[in-house]
Design a protein around this ligand. Sequence first.
Ligand SMILES: [Ca+2]
Ligand SMILES: [Ca+2]
Length: 81
Amino acid sequence: MVGTGTDAVDWIQWEWKYTPGDFNGDGNVDIVDGSILLGHWLEVDCQADNDWCAGSDINCLSQVNLVDFASFTQYWLLSMF
Ligand SMILES: [Ca+2]
Ligand SMILES: [Ca+2]
């Protein structure tokens, strides 16, 4: 149910656990996540129901393209420092 206190707690817990670009949830942003993004490359049916193409549609605009790839490479580079 949207707008409940429970949702807010869930969102905070999700945000705390989530590492941008970590599509498989192992805590690292690496080539495995890159392969997941490439596996969804140019898909156009990304939506909440399919978890935005396993997270590969980073900007949640329904398709996986260069914008998402650029964001992913940024997260990957930042994870190295
Ligand atoms: Ca990962
Ligand atoms: Ca996208």
